[in-house]
Write a protein that binds this ligand. Structure first.
Ligand code: HEM
Length: 231
């Protein structure tokens, strides 16, 4: 049974006696935190790649260099695909699917950067604005996965983009989310070339709890020809 199926059957299992409120809370949490986040990020990644054939080719080369045949990449193989990881990082920089985050400083008054904040101040972090700061990310509106590669270039400040939050309340699903997206993107790019629908135009983002496109994106998945070594 799938992990989702397991969870649902445990939640409704007489043995555990969860209240209906707990069942509703857990299911909506699972769908919002665990599904809408990764599915919308995948959509943004595919949209960005569809508009950038060079980046798409670089990703295809990165994946096919490591992954032969139809297999699912192992964790070690994914680690040998730096461009694949960079595409997801850059997608989350441009479209941080959880666009805001907040923290309540409950314990003490604090001074940050010369500014005084009394205790119980709520700080709201706008990931979208932070990760579009041109002092940290030159040409912030441009999709440039290369900026994340460890190839001797100066990499951006790691706090310039923290789409999974940070610290003890950071995203608990981060590793699962990254693994899912890396595996799905590696598979998709191996099988298909992704093309935009020219009638759709520039897609904008809207905040609907998570960052979603303002229209249907209608990508075209064009099947790739198998090379002779893969027949
Ligand atoms: C692209 C994928 C995802 C992104 C960008 C993302 C982002 C975030 C962010 C920003 C937070 C708040 C962190 C903070 O306050 O510092 C969070 C919390 C959380 N995420 Fe994710 N998330 C993703 C996928 C997932 C998945 C797949 C799951 C579950 C399998 C998940 C489960 C959770 C849970 C349970 C919390 C609450 C943690 C807590 O309050 O202690 N997330 N996520």
């Amino acid at each position: 049974m799938s992990p989702t199926g397991d969870l649902v059957s445990n939640l409704t299992n007489e043995l555990y006696r969860f209240s209906l409120e707990d069942v509703y809370g857990n299911i909506s949490e699972l769908l919002l935190a665990g599904v809408d986040t990764t599915s919308n990020t995948m959509l943004w990644a595919l949209y960005l790649l569809s508009r950038d054939p060079e980046a798409q080719e670089a990703l295809y080369q990165d994946v096919t260099r490591v992954l032969k045949g139809d297999g699912i990449p192992t964790a070690q193989e994914v680690n040998s695909m730096p461009y694949l990881k960079a595409v997801i990082k850059e997608t989350l920089r441009m479209y941080p699917v959880v666009p805001m985050n907040s923290r309540l400083i409950a314990e003490n008054d604090v001074v940050i950067g010369g500014h005084f904040f009394p205790k119980k101040t709520t700080f709201t972090l706008c990931h979208y604005a932070i990760s579009h700061d041109k002092k940290v990310f030159p040409e912030p509106q441009k999709f440039k996965p290369d900026r994340w590669l460890r190839d001797g270039r100066t990499r951006p400040n790691p706090f310039g983009s923290i789409p999974f939050g940070y610290g003890v309340r950071g995203c608990v699903g981060r590793r699962i989310a990254e693994l899912e997206m890396h595996l799905a993107l590696a598979r998709l790019i191996k099988l298909f070339e992704i093309r935009p629908d020219p009638t759709v135009g520039e897609v904008r983002s809207l905040t609907r709890a998570v960052l979603v496109p303002d229209r249907q994106v209608n990508l075209h998945f064009v099947e790739r020809q198998k090379t002779s070594s893969e027949q």
